[in-house]
Write a protein that binds this ligand. Structure first.
Ligand code: GLU
Length: 538
């Protein structure tokens, strides 16, 4: 753990002499300082790690957001701190109905629930920005009074014209800061007349560099490229920049770990902290999550939304595992880490500055590993059995003649046998496995067309499995079935197999031996009994 991550959150924290930015590729480990940091422990604001995930409910949670939330969660848990969910809903025109609730639902589903949130509450709430408007207005007033912000009465027509002119001359549009120069009396008069206005923050030149925990020394001379930004809009709502820093301050956030797309805004945020006389948190910007080929993870595909993974039977731990398995924040990459292992193996100094490439084609493999883990855990397995029973009923209800196949023991056997082979429970209700749940029906004519020795074959197989319970191996059965086939006088091996397949599955499914191993002795014998009832015509 780098000292940087734990250095006191001074205003514009700079690295202690001799410590370089700990980013992969150009990282220098400050070993002696590690000890110092370990002894000191957490020397952040008030000694407590408080991190937050601050999405805008303008859409549903997707993989990129989940990853940001996860790194915050892991960081908080690793240091006995708090993980906070704050919903930044100040852009009321872009709110998506249901998104706010769903984001919190998805964090809970994923196993990374917030300690403080709109739903959980907490000592420094409310955690929904639209319920904190007074705080932003007061802060904006404070900025106006100290000369760091001013009222702007420019009409949208004027702003549009400025924009058009800039574009015509090939320049980046920016506000020309005209209202900075209004006299106090002019402002008073306009306010008294009820003129529509916004409040803008006065961007000062001479931005000081800050030490980003991931990207190292950073500085963005905002005043040279931007006009003064609006902090309170005409509707009285704050813009993101103001609300974000006000909340980070009042919610006592120690570390801001967010997507690297915000790196460019941080200098602006630090200017606001300075203007307000507040100590800023430490900042660490996380590299983007991209597709394996370096293309953008498209939200439009619809398949990167966490809800769709949940619906498709993806296990949350598999999703967390794959999103952390693309080379950022861990000394080694390995599949199959549980959330506890992610917490203990997380090493923030290993967060790289380059994008993390996600190979979603590997998701079934991650799911297979984590499903196996769940099956091997007694308590989890019981829940899986319940889920699978429900799935079976839903898919095969009409075809299930006998509820034996829904019995806990039988379903458990199937899970234990198929673990490591299946990547989702849903696979077990696919046509490939339907033989497990649906006893086949067949006619005596179908049997007669294959053999006249059905009874003989059936009783030899029944003898074979007698007393063997469920200890049936595919290899052993394959050998034994050859011996059984030899005992038949007039039926060829191929037809013996066909007969067994007909009785066990109605002709579908994997090899006969594999089906027998999966069905187990009790179920095999129930299915073969039917053959015994047929007349033997040999
Ligand atoms: N509301 C911002 C977002 O949706 C939060 C950025 C931040 O974490 O500061 O990305």
């Amino acid at each position: 753990m780098s000292l940087l991550w734990f250095s006191a959150c001074q205003r514009f924290p700079l690295p202690p002499a001799g410590v370089r930015c700990l980013t992969a590729g150009r990282s220098r480990r400050a070993e002696p300082l590690l000890l110092v940091s370990a002894r000191r422990g957490c020397s952040t604001r008030q000694g407590e790690v408080r991190v937050r995930f601050a999405p805008s409910p303008t859409g549903f949670l997707h993989l990129g957001g989940l990853r940001t939330a996860l790194y915050n969660f892991i960081f908080a848990k690793k240091h006995g701190g708090k993980f906070i969910l704050r919903l930044e809903d100040t852009d009321q025109s872009r709110l998506v109905p249901g998104a706010a609730e769903s984001i919190e639902d998805m964090l809970e589903w994923a196993g990374i629930p917030p300690d403080e949130s709109p739903r959980q509450g907490g000592p420094l709430g409310p955690y929904l920005q639209s319920q904190r408007l007074d705080l932003y207005r007061q802060t904006a007033q404070q900025l106006v009074q100290s000369g760091h912000a001013y009222h702007c009465f420019c009409s949208s027509r004027r702003l549009d014209l400025l924009k058009k002119e800039a574009l015509r001359s090939g320049q980046t549009p920016r506000y020309d800061n005209r209202c900075r120069h209004l006299q106090a009396q002019q402002v008073q008069d306009k306010l008294a007349q009820g003129a529509p206005h916004v409040i803008r923050f006065r961007l000062e030149e001479g931005v000081e560099p800050f030490q980003d925990l991931v990207f190292g020394s950073n500085r963005h001379e905002v005043a040279q490229v931007e006009g003064d930004p609006v902090v309170i809009k005409a509707d009285g709502f704050p813009t993101y920049h103001l609300a974000n820093i006000v909340d980070d301050h009042h919610m006592k956030i120690s570390h801001v770990l967010r997507g690297s797309e915000w790196l460019i805004s941080t200098s602006k945020h630090l200017l606001m902290y300075k203007a307000l006389g507040w100590r800023p948190p430490a900042f660490g910007h996380l590299p983007l999550l991209m597709n394996k080929d370096g293309s953008k993870l498209s939200k439009r595909q619809g398949d990167i939304f966490i809800q769709s993974y949940q619906r498709d039977g993806v296990l949350p731990e598999a999703l967390l595992d794959i999103t952390t398995n693309c080379g950022s924040g861990f000394t080694t990459n390995r599949m199959g880490r549980s959330i506890d292992e992610l917490i203990s193996e997380f090493n923030p100094s290993k967060i790289t500055t380059h994008s993390a490439l996600l190979d979603l084609e590997k998701l079934p493999e991650f799911n297979r590993i984590h499903l196996q883990r769940r099956i091997e855990d007694e308590e989890q397995c019981r829940l899986l059995i319940k889920d699978l029973q429900e799935e079976i009923q839903q898919v095969y209800l009409a075809e299930i003649q006998d509820k034996d196949v829904l019995q806990e023991d039988y379903v458990r056997r199937v899970l234990l046998l198929r673990k490591g082979h299946i990547s989702s429970l849903k696979e077990l209700v696919s046509p490939l496995y339907s033989y497990l749940w649906v006893r086949p029906s067949f006619s005596s004519q179908q049997v007669a067309a294959l053999t006249g020795e059905a009874q003989l074959v059936a009783s030899s197989v029944l003898k074979l499995i007698e007393g063997r319970g469920d200890h049936l191996s595919v290899d052993g059965l394959s050998k034994d079935l050859k011996t059984v086939a030899k005992q038949a006088r007039t039926t060829k091996y191929r037809d013996v197999m066909k007969l067994l397949r007909l009785a066990l599955s109605g002709l579908q499914g994997p090899s006969v031996a594999e089906m027998m191993a999966s069905l187990g002795s009790a179920e095999i014998s129930r299915r073969l009994q039917k053959l015994l009832l047929l007349p033997d015509t040999s």
